[in-house]
Design a protein around this ligand. Structure first.
Ligand SMILES: [Fe+2]
Ligand SMILES: [Fe+2]
Length: 138
């Protein structure tokens, strides 16, 4: 997989949320490196706890920004978060039942798809909401 580079243009202007997005790029690169050195399943296994906690906190933090979107935008965005979290929980359960069946490449694709189709597309709607929230009311 090509390296996932965090670029300034991806920033929403909300430091906590931007940092969280950046850390997902790091996790993706780490898993990619691990796959190359034959340690994919081991590293994904170690990342589950972090990712579950990450998703929970990140979606909570984005919640405040979501209020700046249209009702339709909020519903769609929240549904996407719920879908990702449910998929992550399901993958974790399958892993706990049978760790040796974990397919690290498949897991990497799941995260990469989220990065490309959610963080770099859907989350970009939050940029406008964040800018509006940061603007002084004068
Ligand atoms: Fe996000
Ligand atoms: Fe989001």
């Amino acid at each position: 997989m090509p390296r996932a580079y965090w670029l300034k243009k991806y920033e929403l202007g909300v430091p906590a949320v931007d940092e969280q997005h950046g850390s997902l790029f790091k996790v993706i690169n780490e898993i990619d490196d691990a796959i190359r050195s034959g340690k994919g399943a081991e590293v994904v296994g170690r990342q589950f706890e972090f990712l579950l906690e990450y998703a929970h906190q990140h979606f909570k933090d984005e919640g405040a920004l979501l209020e700046g979107l249209s009702t339709r935008g909020i519903l769609y965005h929240k549904a996407e978060h719920a879908r990702f979290e449910a998929e992550l929980v399901a993958r974790h359960r399958r892993y706990l039942k049978n760790p040796t069946a974990l397919h690290a490449e498949g897991f990497l694709m799941f995260l990469a798809d989220w990065l490309v189709n959610h963080i770099l597309k859907v989350d970009m709607d939050l940029k406008v909401a964040a800018q509006a929230a940061n603007r002084p009311n004068t």
